[in-house]
Design a protein around this ligand. Sequence first.
Ligand code: GDP
Length: 290
Amino acid sequence: MVMDKLGDSLQGALRKLIGANRIDENVVNEVVKDIQRALLTSDVNVKLVMDMSKRIKDRSLKEEPEKGADPREHVVRIVYQEMIGIMGKGANIELKPQTIMMVGLQGSGKTTSVAKLARFFQKKGLKPAVIGADNFRPGAYQQLKILCDKLNVHFYGEEGEQDAVGIVERGLKDIEKYDVKIIDTAGRHALEADLIAEMEAINNKAKPDQKFLVLDAAIGQQAGVQAKAFNDSVGVTGIIITKLDGTAKGGGAMSAVAEINAPIAFIGTGETPDDFEKFDADRFISRLLG
Ligand code: GDP
């Protein structure tokens, strides 16, 4: 998977410190350059990479290594902390009744993620239900209904209905007795004014506890701009990064976190409902750094 490539590059860079018996400025420079290259290749926001590599260099040279830490361990610890600083610790997903609204551009993997999210809560013993309010993309209704049926998840939708806010209003009544209410909203190819207005109207109607922005891992440097636009409109509380199994460019989507200060909530790693995990920054970054 994607991050394997970034992981290999980062681990390769840090390997240069193996056997070093002190923190040598030339070696640190070389390692930081390699780290920079690895992050840029995976499309992490350029400014973030520059700021971060400067801090890694300064801290590696200035800070005293922890007791007993060799130079590699010293630098790994700093890289780790700096990456947590960028990605955040991950979202706090509470296992209790709640309403979740999903937003994102068309093709981002939003509909698939709705089903995955329902499955996640179902496996935790909560009763999820889904409202399909994406009435823009032809086929979205059927796609979501089929996915939900397969998972035995209650689905409310109105095929052919134009009024998405109305669907949500009636849907919320229909699924009242369920624990986790997940609302799929329409995506477009770009964030157009009518889409923004619709999202805001649904947001006002449903007053969701969580608003998850779904981003394709391959989005690259566009991630920040897009995340900001969605955030300005509905206030994003968490990010779901999809298709991390299929690209070596996941760093762009990761950078969106820093842009809007919303944590990564889940990551999608394949097409089936179970290819989905709660994002755990500790685990994720530890895996990257080997
Ligand atoms: P939407 O337009 O945002 O609702 O997008 P869909 O949910 O229909 O997803 C678009 C395509 O991406 C579909 O073919 C999905 O199977 C695929 N997809 C979604 N999430 C993932 C993922 O995590 N990994 C992979 N490999 N494919 C995914």
